[in-house]
Design a protein around this ligand. Sequence first.
Ligand SMILES: Cc1cc2nc3c(=O)[nH]c(=O)nc-3n(C[C@H](O)[C@H](O)[C@H](O)COP(=O)(O)OP(=O)(O)OC[C@H]3O[C@@H](n4cnc5c(N)ncnc54)[C@H](O)[C@@H]3O)c2cc1C
Length: 453
Amino acid sequence: MDGGLSKVDWQKVAADLAPIDCTTERALVRQKSRDFFWYSPVLNERLKGVRGDLVATPVDEAEVVRTLAYCHAHRLPVTPRGAGTGNYGQAMPLEGGVVLDLSRLDRFLWLKDGVARVQAGLKLLDLEAHTLPQGWELRFHPSTRRTATIGGFIAGGSGGVGSIQFGGLRDRGNVCALRLVTMEAEPRVLELSGDAVMPAIHAYGTNGIITELEMPLARTWPWREAVVSFGDLGAAMKLGHALGEADGLVKKLVTIVDWGAAQYFTPLLAHLAPGKAIALCVIADPSRETFADLVREAGGTIVFERPAGGEAGDIPPIYEFTWNHTTLWALKADRTITYLQCLFDGPDYLDKIARTVATFGDETPMHLEFARIGGHVAAFGLQLVRFTSAERLYRIIAWLEAAGCRVADPHTFILEDGGMKTVDEAQLAFKKQNDPLGLLNPGKMKAWSQPCS
Ligand SMILES: Cc1cc2nc3c(=O)[nH]c(=O)nc-3n(C[C@H](O)[C@H](O)[C@H](O)COP(=O)(O)OP(=O)(O)OC[C@H]3O[C@@H](n4cnc5c(N)ncnc54)[C@H](O)[C@@H]3O)c2cc1C
């Protein structure tokens, strides 16, 4: 990038793109240039001044194609955006330029044989408003179900509520097909299906703009939410593991939170005993009795229960205390708190968790999301961190890695460092084909910006 954006006449860009809806209004552009990067004190420092120059809001794919062709011709960077709930500055325009707001590509197209075809900017909540009456729901959704878009989830997310049955977005078969526009002089519109969808998943929109998706769904159940209290974290973990392994028990969520993190769940506090670890679960109604048996065996007590979807007083859906929402509750009380993301996996995964807790104690209050990973049960650690310095944070990360835990660093905007720390060759090759000038969400893909010789 030549950094010559200061010479661009953005009013002229807006006029050239008309009738596509464009704004250069400062406050609005700033607002649409931000996501939840501030979860990380490290990113907050680095990214707080980032903003684009213009927000373009296409209403259909033809307008996306026109915007990309124009930006390619004028060498303008383009950063796609759904609802901006992503973490790590994924949707932030590091080099300025155009923020491509896809939230108006929000049509539900069809539902057939358990597969929904939708436009990328459709909110997850609205997607399910179409499918639930027909007995279908998303296999899994992020805890931002009420705010995030499906395109943003596929391009920026990883898993969530339902991953205990179905794994994550990168597990083959969890996205059937997608339609994607390339960043070239004459943008191509690609229809990808089967394994061909993989390079576009969790690529932060660096190798194409997704306009439509075909999502495989799951049969819906009458779900029940439950909160279970335990004497200690070890007993709660036993329930997590037992639920994960109970293949006959239909469940959607198994979250374990130690008191150090649960103490921030203000709307739930009336039901919680101070000092106790808890499990937050969503279980299919027919599995209720088996669930109660497993709770008893693990030494827990159900302290709160209700049908999912019914709001009791001020208590939001239980899933809004889980996944990346857990940290949000803590941040509401204490802005110095941040978090980590690691995978406790392998035959000794419960032991790894126990050792982590013994080593860091209340410096990293434990939060676990049990999930099905490659066909077996494991737990994602999204432990809180009582932040003192970046140096200390990276010492904790180094300890976890040395203990055999994979860490997806939530304190970097670099795609590879936030994930597997290795170059995804297929993702890189796909970028070379689709965005040869490197104009899509620049600065995020290390393999592109700093290629190995
Ligand atoms: C409170 C909270 C809870 C969360 N819980 C979870 C969770 O449970 N699981 C999880 O995986 N994530 C979670 N996240 C992260 C985030 O909410 C999800 O990944 C979410 O689905 C992102 O959707 P969005 O529409 O807001 O995307 P955005 O934030 O707008 O975008 C995400 C990324 O995708 C790119 N993008 C957006 N739309 C497109 C498109 N159409 N084509 C190409 N690229 C595109 C953006 O450039 C960006 O890189 C959470 C975040 C918060 C703040």
